[in-house]
Design a protein around this ligand. Structure first.
Ligand code: ZN
Ligand code: ZN
Length: 168
């Protein structure tokens, strides 16, 4: 066995062995660099992941299994998208009376003519019934014109609003 080994250990085999070792080392170094970069982009405790990745190969496998699920930049983007969608939903609502889809600046429901918004006495912008001041011209709601003020007060709660529409 001991005299067989030098015979098998040919320069070709030695060369092949060296190539394999170099490849394994390069792979190891690249895997550590990849973990460091990926963990950094994902945010969180990236330096801890680098230490874990230094454990040859097991560290990288552990990272692949347990890494944070989203890139930090994607997470920010997703949060932004959710916020935009929520704003969009706020823009479109539905009529409290008949459920017809209405936009935020509709004053009446186009379907059942239910009053949805009050108009500002000064600038005629549509105002939400819950607002106490016009956000366009800073006029307090109901400050001028007693008739419109009465509408805004009755529209503040949904029940009197619906009762008024039934009388109409
Ligand atoms: Zn309606
Ligand atoms: Zn106004």
């Amino acid at each position: 066995m001991s005299e067989l080994l030098p015979q098998l250990w040919t320069p070709e085999l030695q060369m092949a062995f060296t190539v394999v070792i170099v490849l394994v080392v390069v792979l190891y170094v690249l895997s550590v660099i990849w973990v460091a970069r990926d963990a950094y982009l994902r945010g969180g405790a990236w330096y801890v992941w680098i230490i874990i990745a230094l454990v040859p190969f097991i560290g990288v496998i552990a990272y692949c299994l347990l890494r944070p699920p989203l890139l930090q930049i994607d997470r920010d983007e997703q949060e932004l998208e959710i916020a935009i969608k929520q704003r969009e939903l706020m823009k479109y609502g539905e009529c409290a009376n008949c459920g017809y889809p209405v936009e935020s600046d509709y004053v009446l429901c186009p379907n059942c003519h239910q009053r949805l918004k009050n108009l500002c006495n000064v600038c005629n912008h549509a105002l939400d019934p819950t607002w106490t001041v016009c956000p366009y011209c800073a006029t307090p709601v109901g400050a001028r014109g007693s008739a419109r003020g009465a509408v805004s007060r009755s529209a503040r709660t949904a029940q009197p609003q619906q009762a008024a529409s039934r009388q109409r």
